[in-house]
Design a protein around this ligand. Structure first.
Ligand code: F2R
Ligand code: MG
Ligand code: MG
Length: 308
């Protein structure tokens, strides 16, 4: 793959996260909405403001760039400092509790165990994973390791870590594909199924295969979910991409139209679709209105340099 195409995929995945998150944010917690209505709401806005999904994705990118790779302690502190600067980004319940405990002196690598039974399996560590997916697109073992370790900071439940790794791997597979060649959804899905260990994800991915091009939204939500848990949202994002592989806008609008955790499922779908089709696929009318776009693009370019 030539350098320009690859760099465009780094940009597409990070900006795709931001756009999917910001367009979906207005509908978070909704039942379902029509794609046309979602597009019209985004069109009316002057600025597409992102939420915790992109804010934490920026934290991952900043930390990977600064350390030229993964450093758990520094990533945890980057998350904490970013949260303290902008706590109003609509964070889930868990991460702010972790950051407050860290600020009160608890060890960054122990505090996560105090959340929920066995740690969190919320989708908060999968929604922010795009920088890991693009940086380690050519090193599967490292990708899994860093996805797990970055998740562990806030989401230490096995299903939280597996959700982050699955989303990172979907992004990596998308980076590795030439968008000009024929796309094979079954092959893509088979690789994801081979990658996951947990039965919960294996079953969800089997459901993705059965749904194939079924776009009846009620049925898709019933089979895959649209909730805040990683296993009820990562497979849904994968399905949204697989059922609309040729268009960033169609994939993201479809993901958001499913209702529920729309900013997050939109962000994760945008991250995969942008990683496959590249930055040129993200419609300009959305891209130019994305808050902090230039900074996110700069991070994507620096991440590409870290990779090279
Ligand atoms: N916070 C939100 N949305 C609320 C509305 C925001 C509003 N629009 C605003 O502007 O303020 N969205 C964001 O949160 C989600 C990510 O959450 P995260 O980071 O995973 O949080 P947490 O607390 O770790 O997990 C989420 C919930 O999952 C359940 N859960 C997790 N582990 C569990 C376990 N072991 N046992 C039982 N339940 C578990 C809990 O209900 C957690 O609260 C994204 O949607 C992001 O956009
Ligand atoms: Mg959010
Ligand atoms: Mg959300």
């Amino acid at each position: 793959m030539d350098e320009g195409t690859l760099k465009s995929k780094f940009l597409g995945s990070l900006i795709g996260t931001g756009v999917g998150d910001a367009v979906g944010a207005a509908f978070e917690g909704s039942f379902r909405a029509e794609p046309e209505e979602i597009e019209a709401v985004a069109d009316r806005r002057q600025v597409l403001t992102y939420t915790d999904d992109t804010h934490m994705m920026i934290g991952i990118a900043e930390s990977l760039v600064e350390n030229e790779g993964f450093d758990g302690e520094r990533m945890a502190h980057t998350f904490m400092k970013n949260y303290e600067r902008e706590p109003w980004r609509g964070y889930g319940p868990g991460p702010p509790r972790i950051f407050r405990l860290m600020r009160a002196g608890e060890a960054w690598d122990k505090v996560t165990e105090r959340l929920y039974r066995g740690g969190s399996y919320g989708n908060g560590s999968a929604m922010r994973i795009a920088p890991v997916g693009v940086l380690y697109h050519d090193d599967l073992a490292k990708l899994r390791e860093v996805a797990h370790k970055s998740s562990q900071i806030t989401h230490s439940h096995e299903l939280g870590k597996e959700g982050a790794a699955l989303q990172a791997y979907a992004i990596a597979l998308a980076v590795n594909l030439e968008p000009s060649e024929v796309f094979e959804p079954k092959e893509f899905l088979a690789k994801l199924s081979e990658f996951v260990h947990h039965e919960v994800y294996k079953q969800k991915l089997a459901n993705v295969g059965i749904l194939s091009t079924e776009i009846d939204r009620a049925k898709v939500v019933a089979e895959l979910g649209n909730g805040i848990e990683a296993f009820n949202s990562v497979p849904t994002a994968i399905y949204s991409f697989l059922s609309h592989p040729r268009s960033f806008s169609e994939a993201v609008l479809y993901a958001i139209s499913l209702g529920g955790d729309t900013d997050t499922i939109g962000a994760m779908t945008g991250a995969i679709s942008g990683a496959y089709l590249g930055i040129g696929s993200v419609s300009d009318k959305w891209r130019v209105k994305l808050e902090n776009r230039l900074y996110i693009e700069e991070l994507a370019e620096k991440l590409y340099e870290v990779w090279g």
